[in-house]
Design a protein around this ligand. Structure first.
Ligand code: HEC
Length: 172
């Protein structure tokens, strides 16, 4: 399970890096603003993933700051950059956004919850790789506080859930 989770994180970080190299000088106005918002979120989640993978020293305060950056970029801050009629063929935003607005807005709101969950889990760094399944004899099965590694994975899945349906050339 742990190995799978790390695999997910690696894929995820690779996909984001590919996304971050996508720079389109043809974007203007609100299409440029949302591109910049997304790039800002990629710039926040990359160090989060690096910390939970042990590639950077784990720092709970930094984790909380990065989570706050993403939380502030979700919800209305995100949806307000996708006004009706703003489809721009030069960007990657699909027309489906405006055909299924409620779902798009729900996914934008879910992103805030997922980012807040990372902030809440920030004091629980990812455990040792040998953690394994819960041992019933040792009181396993008790609800455990989510660790920051799992919270960051869920945050990444929250990005991907929206990109799956609403972003062209999805690579995250
Ligand atoms: C509610 C939907 C939604 C969520 C949630 C979301 N994105 Fe996006 N993202 C989009 C859309 C739509 C585009 C395409 C925007 C465009 O090209 O105009 C995009 C594009 C991007 C891009 C490419 C830059 C660009 O604009 O072309 C990156 C990088 C990115 N997102 C990162 C993230 C990260 C990281 C997260 C999570 C922390 C995230 N996104 C969450 C909808 C979302």
């Amino acid at each position: 399970m742990k190995r799978m989770m790390i695999g997910v994180l690696m894929l995820f970080a690779g996909g984001l890096a590919a996304g971050a190299t996508y720079a389109d000088e043809n974007l203007t106005g609100v299409a440029k603003e949302r591109h910049d918002l997304m790039e800002g979120m990629a710039g926040a989640i990359e160090p989060m993933a690096a910390m939970v993978r042990g590639l950077q020293p784990y720092d709970a305060d930094r984790m909380r700051e990065l989570a706050a950056t993403i939380a502030a970029s979700g919800g209305d801050a995100l949806t307000s950059l996708f006004p009706e009629g703003s489809h721009d063929p030069a960007g990657e935003a699909l027309p489906a956004i405006w055909e299924d607005w409620d779902r798009f807005a729900t996914l934008a709101a879910n992103l805030v919850d997922a980012a807040n969950a990372v902030a809440e889990a920030a004091d629980n760094p990812p455990g040792p790789p040998s953690a394994g399944p819960p041992d019933p004899a040792a009181g396993g099965g008790e609800p455990q506080a989510m660790d920051a590694g799992m919270a960051v994975i869920q945050l990444g899945m929250s990005c991907g859930a929206c990109h799956d349906d609403f972003r062209a050339e999805d690579d995250s």
